[in-house]
Design a protein around this ligand. Structure first.
Ligand SMILES: [Cu+2]
Length: 117
């Protein structure tokens, strides 16, 4: 019974650690992984997300309101994106190991990135 208590405590600790990292990491399902980045007047949230290299990423930008960050470029993917307030836009790509896919508003004021590990 004492051992069971210790195992339970360890499992709980692991669960809590995982939960605290969750907002920064893509959620995986099958052969792809999903990332949602919210745009508001203060920029991109989260501004940095870790993903697995070599696995397709579905990156969805959701705009909450009017923001300079509604229009941005992703140079690594050669894309310019604009999302109207209240709308969303999804892009798909497969990152290479060690690749950082950065994005920034057209004024280069708000920045974000997806980092492939
Ligand atoms: Cu800007």
């Amino acid at each position: 019974m004492k051992n069971l208590k210790i195992i339970t405590a360890l499992a709980l600790g692991a669960a809590l650690t995982g939960a605290s990292l969750a907002p920064q990491t893509a959620s995986a399902h099958g052969d792809s992984q999903n990332v949602t980045v919210t745009i508001d007047s203060k920029g991109f949230h989260p501004a940095s997300v870790n993903v697995k290299a070599g696995k397709e990423v579905h990156l969805t930008f959701v705009s909450k309101e009017a923001s300079c960050a509604n229009g941005f470029t992703i140079p690594a993917l050669g894309r310019t994106i604009s999302v109207a307030p209240g709308k969303k836009k999804e892009i798909t790509f497969t990152p290479k190991k060690g690749q950082t896919i950065a994005f920034a508003c057209t004024m280069n004021m708000f920045k974000g990135e997806v980092v492939a590990k």
